[in-house]
Write a protein that binds this ligand. Sequence first.
Ligand SMILES: C[S@@+](CC[C@H](N)C(=O)[O-])C[C@H]1O[C@@H](n2cnc3c(N)ncnc32)[C@H](O)[C@@H]1O
Length: 165
Amino acid sequence: MAEVGVLRGKLSDYLLRRAPGLHLTMVDNWLTTDQQPEAYRATRDDHALHTDAARVERHKRDARAVADRYRGQAEIVEGWSAKVAARFPDRHFDAVFLDADHSEAGVRADITAWLPKVKMGGWIGGHDIDNEDPRFDFSGVRRAVDAHFSAVDLGDNFTWFARVE
Ligand SMILES: C[S@@+](CC[C@H](N)C(=O)[O-])C[C@H]1O[C@@H](n2cnc3c(N)ncnc32)[C@H](O)[C@@H]1O
């Protein structure tokens, strides 16, 4: 499985702990806000607005500690989501979870890049669909998902999933 957007590795840790046979590819670029696209910053997502490089480094270090704890089961690939996706052969993953740039352009780009990397019968999904928390603007997640899929399953905590067929 690939998790795109790992921050400190909290979800990664949860997944690795709960699924002992899982192999997890953890993808993140760990950048400060000045290096993030305008559309991502416009979502007001905290993670697009980090100004403190030391804090971002700490997030990366925490994620590395998770990967180290699950050596052989977890690997970190640092870089821009779509560029990282291109390094993998098509139909490589059983599942991909998108939790990175929550702008419409970002989610569209991530679905375009990662969907071909999922095996037939596998799953692609992501976070923050229909999350109407007024502090953020995550409305683009729904628009991007609807542009790619006629229907998706909705899970807890604003997650969405689509079977790849
Ligand atoms: C919401 S956080 C991830 C949270 C994590 N999935 C969890 O639940 O613990 C979003 C992360 O996506 C990363 N990110 C945003 N846009 C990205 C991109 N285009 N490529 C790679 N990483 C990106 C950010 O650096 C940030 O760490």
